[in-house]
Design a protein around this ligand. Structure first.
Ligand code: MG
Ligand code: MG
Length: 262
């Protein structure tokens, strides 16, 4: 894996800056989450996130990100079968949708990257279960981001948990190191074998991001050239945190403190 050559160990001071970036990103995501309701457009939610980020002296990491054409938003807004990289715009969320929001923030030269999925109003039981399993997979994976574990230990934990429900993880899209660049080494797939891959050590910072599909591991890029959907149009969900490996407990960089949570 070429990305293993691009692993950057961060100092304690750099991790503190990444925490600040992560905090701003978490505030932007919390603002979006509060505003999710039937009738709101994904473009309106995009502007809310951008405002929070800029008001804190930071910049959106996704805006103009290179791809088939420069990414045109602050958030990825992916609805139902759209797994990642959905473009924000005129689409209105409606009761029964599940909505995935991914957002990145650059602050003092460091990137934070985080995502959540949420129900819009009342959703079928099947959708709630998918959200629950995907979020739990993220936290089970985070618990493996410990010095001395290998990348495969993290990957395998996510895969085994997700597949125990009959769900699927994609092969083409993975977690990744994060730091001065949004994507650096190591690559952290949501599938793998225990005991394989690079050994984790303190100062490695990883954006871990289980993506889960109900019907198939296969995905397809849509006509807009950015949006990635499940091949069979079955529901998908996505949760992500940027996390620092330390001497002890994994340090989640992109969550709010308990007293900040509404
Ligand atoms: Mg992300
Ligand atoms: Mg990411």
């Amino acid at each position: 894996m070429a990305w293993e050559r691009n692993v950057v160990i961060k100092s304690a001071a750099e991790i503190e800056i990444m925490r600040s970036a992560g905090h701003i990103n978490a505030l932007a995501l919390a603002t979006v989450k509060e505003a999710v309701q039937p009738g709101v457009t994904t473009g309106e939610l995009d502007k809310l996130a951008e405002t929070v980020i800029r008001d804190h002296g930071a910049t959106p990491a996704f805006l103009n990100y290179p791809g088939p054409y420069p990414y045109p938003g602050t958030i990825n807004a992916s609805v139902n079968e759209e797994m990642v990289h959905g473009l924000p715009g005129e689409r209105e969320l409606k009761e029964g949708d599940i909505f995935s929001v991914d957002c990145g923030t650059v602050y003092e030269g460091f990137v934070a990257d985080s995502a959540f999925s949420v129900a819009v109003g009342e959703v079928p039981e099947e959708a709630l279960k998918l959200l629950e399993v995907t979020e739990k997979a993220l936290y089970l994976g985070i618990d493996k981001l410990r010095s001395g574990n290998r990348v495969g230990d993290v990957s395998c934990t996510i895969q085994e948990y997700v597949e125990s429900f009959g769900y699927h993880v994609p092969r083409e899209y993975t977690g990744h190191g994060v730091g001065r660049s949004m994507h650096e080494g190591p690559q952290v797939p949501n599938y793998g074998l225990p005991g394989r891959g690079m050994m984790l050590r303190p100062g490695i910072t990883i954006a871990l991001e289980p993506m889960v599909l109900i019907g198939t591991p296969k995905t397809q890029v849509q006509e807009d050239k950015w949006t990635v959907s499940s091949m069979d149009k079955s529901l998908t969900a996505h949760f992500e945190h940027s996390v620092a490996v330390t001497d002890g407990e994994p340090l989640i960089l992109t969550e709010l403190q308990p007293e900040e949570v509404a």
